[in-house]
Design a protein around this ligand. Structure first.
Ligand SMILES: NC(=O)c1ccc[n+]([C@@H]2O[C@H](COP(=O)([O-])OP(=O)(O)OC[C@H]3O[C@@H](n4cnc5c(N)ncnc54)[C@H](O)[C@@H]3O)[C@@H](O)[C@H]2O)c1
Ligand SMILES: [Zn+2]
Ligand SMILES: [Zn+2]
Length: 346
């Protein structure tokens, strides 16, 4: 089968690989129908993720059909259409029992990282009962690919941790797929204002279409002043960091209002200054989280009932044969205006 393989920093190739096999009774083999590329795959290719070794098939998102199951799998059967979660969970360890699947002692984020992923034709999914979700009949499967990672991430790490409530003022710093996923799901809670911040005018335009009440370009580095001005000098109740660089976390520190929350989503590779000398008396909360995907069943219902339309985040389509072009398009988003790309594997 064809697979997109990480070959070490800066290197990737399409290789011919053997079909995966069941290794544990709780495994399932899933035939991939649709997958996508995540910003995190680009991080891996830069060499930022040491747990991902050369030779690994990338990808941690997708929708597919169950091909075979191990003897211990009871929740899905061959022929079932399933959503593949980016987080693998046993459902039984102490972390899973707390709903913290991201820290599952025999799972967590392993797919396309510590084990072979979804950018191929068939993938082995450990703990299949609790790591796959049956696709309700009639649901748009392309839209569901957005539920493997980006929607639960924006919702859990941004919106839920950010404690957004009706009437709140929210700023989301970063309007990439994750920031936009936070924008879509923040609207479940009717905040009064959602200010989107980015450097890319196209992404800010998209944000306006998806419900932002205001947009701020940070190309001049003046996002703090602009957000302060828009909020009568007070700042925002909830500042969501959806980039993962020091500059944007610092923006969040400077725009959070007294009593507010900074909800960090971004993956940070270098140290960030925490200005407690300015924040200590401001009653703020700072949260961090690796997505748990505990809200996937709830998000599935909102897609089914059309309260949420994640398809709006899809800009390009490719076949598995064209996956190198897909990476190229996704990697040059400022030029190609790409958000999420769909790769049809079947
Ligand atoms: N916590 C988790 O579980 C989790 C899960 C998935 C992804 N992530 C992380 O979330 C972050 C966002 O992911 P994404 O796929 O949307 O990334 P992305 O790179 O597509 O989007 C980031 C956006 O930030 C903008 N930006 C960069 N520097 C800026 C600045 N100084 N001011 C304003 N805007 C700026 C860019 O123009 C871009 O639109 C990444 O760090 C990713 O690794 C975290
Ligand atoms: Zn991802
Ligand atoms: Zn577990």
């Amino acid at each position: 089968m064809k697979a997109l393989v990480y070959q070490g920093p800066g290197k990737k190739a399409v290789e011919d690989r053997p079909m995966p096999e069941i290794k544990a009774s709780t495994d399932a083999i899933v035939k991939v129908l649709k997958t996508t590329i995540c910003g995190t795959d680009l991080h891996i290719l830069k060499g930022d993720v040491p747990t991902c070794e050369p030779g690994r098939i990338l990808g941690h998102e997708g929708v597919g059909v169950v091909e075979t199951i191990g003897a211990g799998v009871t929740a899905v059967k061959p022929g079932d259409h399933v959503l593949i979660s980016c987080i693998t969970s046993c459902g039984k360890c102490d972390y899973c029992r707390k709903g913290m699947y991201s820290h599952c002692t025999t799972g967590g984020w392993i797919l396309g990282n510590r084990i072979d992923g979804t950018q191929t034709e068939y993938v082995r999914i450990p703990h299949a009962d609790t790591s796959l979700y049956r696709v309700p009949p009639g649901t748009d499967e392309e839209a569901l690919v957005m539920l493997s990672d980006i929607l639960p991430t924006g919702f859990e790490c941004g919106v839920l941790n950010g404690k957004i409530t009706p009437g709140n003022t929210v700023a989301i710093v970063g309007s990439g797929p994750i920031g936009l996923a936070a924008l879509l799901t923040a609207q479940f809670y009717s905040p009064a204002e959602i200010i989107m911040v980015d450097m890319d005018d196209n992404r800010l335009e998209v944000a306006k279409r998806l419900g932002a009440t205001a947009t701020v370009s940070n190309r001049d580095g003046k996002a703090v002043d602009k957000v302060k001005q828009m909020t009568g000098g007070i700042g925002v109740d909830c500042a969501i960091e959806a980039v993962g660089v020091p500059a944007t976390f610092l923006v969040c520190e400077d725009i959070v209002a007294p009593g507010g929350t900074i909800a960090n989503i971004g993956v940070h590779g270098v140290k960030v200054d925490l200005h407690l000398e300015r924040l200590w008396d401001r009653n703020v909360t700072i949260t961090t989280r690796l997505v748990d995907t505990v809200t996937t069943p709830m998000l599935l219902k909102t897609v089914q009932s059309r309260k949420l339309d994640p398809k709006q985040l899809i800009t390009h389509g490719f076949t598995l044969d064209q996956i190198l072009d897909a990476y190229d398009t996704f990697g040059k988003a400022a030029h190609t205006k790409a958000l999420k790309v769909i790769i049809n594997a079947a």
